[in-house]
Design a protein around this ligand. Structure first.
Ligand SMILES: C[S@@+](CC[C@H](N)C(=O)[O-])C[C@H]1O[C@@H](n2cnc3c(N)ncnc32)[C@H](O)[C@@H]1O
Length: 276
């Protein structure tokens, strides 16, 4: 990517800049959606009282807080200082630390459980992050992650992707990064986890619903609270963006209930594995 002075030059920098500024919007638009995956993820890795749990890419600390409610000893980690500040304000009893998923500042064998909730698609080197999670787990430790299903199932993403393909450009001139939907492929997700050293890999699909008061609110929400999708929409010409918006609202309206509220299917994959 050619960069103006202040343009991010690496994918990590691009992601980091976005996550520093999107905290409240993420909570508003994604909080109630990713919350639907917390207990399935903690169940998959069997979090119980006394476990030392590392919540990687903790964001506002939702998963960390739920693990603490199970009487686990929890550390939440995120590379965004703004997210860490918000998580600390929301959950003052939990230890949150700034740090990178690809370079965990913990000794080997520090945790019983490590989880990554909807973080892996944001990492510049997800395979390295998986190896780091493996390293900091004790023998017998459990690992879990959640990730969106592909655009064929996760309607919120599918509607926007198809509208951009139809009416705009799919090239947002972003710094090169891993494919957004790489881990949405069950086989690819399982292979990547196994390649990091884990065994007993198991992946399930968790049904989830993204709710909006209207189709217009959905477009506003996805434009404001995402990272790569928002950048893709910002990169469109005003004319194409207007066409994309109209198409997105039309398609989202197909998921309207009788009262006009929108309910979009947004299933996630929940993967778990063990360090033997
Ligand atoms: C989609 S949010 C997930 C938040 C939360 N886990 C949830 O389930 O709602 C992704 C989080 O990953 C963090 N993140 C992205 N890249 C990271 C990296 N390389 N290292 C640590 N955190 C990262 C972002 O700051 C953001 O808080």
């Amino acid at each position: 990517m050619k960069s103006a002075d202040s343009a991010p030059v690496t994918f990590r920098e691009f992601e980091h800049r976005a996550w520093q500024s999107v905290v409240k919007l993420y909570e508003d638009y994604f909080g109630a959606l990713t919350a639907q995956c917390i207990e399935p993820l903690l169940d998959a890795v069997n979090v119980r009282a006394g476990d030392a749990v590392l919540d990687i890419a903790t964001g506002p600390g939702y998963i960390a807080a739920a693990a603490a409610r199970r009487s686990a000893t929890v550390t939440g980690l995120d590379f965004s200082s703004a997210m860490i500040a918000e998580a600390t304000a929301l959950h003052p009893g939990i230890a949150f630390r700034e740090g990178d998923a690809g370079n965990l500042a913990f000794p080997d064998a520090s945790f019983d459980v490590a989880v990554i909730g909807f973080g892996i698609l944001h990492f510049p080197d997800p395979d390295r992050a998986l190896r780091e999670a493996f390293r900091v787990l004790r023998s017998g430790g459990r690992f879990g992650l959640s990730v969106w299903t592909g655009p064929d199932k996760a309607a919120g993403f599918g509607i926007v992707m198809r509208a951009v393909e139809k009416h705009g450009s799919t090239d947002a001139n972003l710094p090169p990064g891993p494919p957004f939907f790489r881990f949405s492929n069950v086989a690819e997700c399982g292979n990547a986890i196994a390649a990091a050293g884990f065994s007993e890999v198991n992946i399930i699909e968790n049904p989830q619903t993204w709710r909006f008061p209207s189709a217009a609110a959905f477009f506003d929400g996805i434009s404001a609270s995402t990272v790569r999708t928002a950048a893709l929409l910002r990169a469109q010409t005003p004319q194409n963006l207007a066409r994309i918006r109209a198409e997105v609202e039309r398609e989202a309206d197909r998921y309207a209930r009788a009262d006009g509220k929108i309910e979009l299917p947004m299933p996630a994959l929940v993967a778990c594995a063990r360090k033997s």
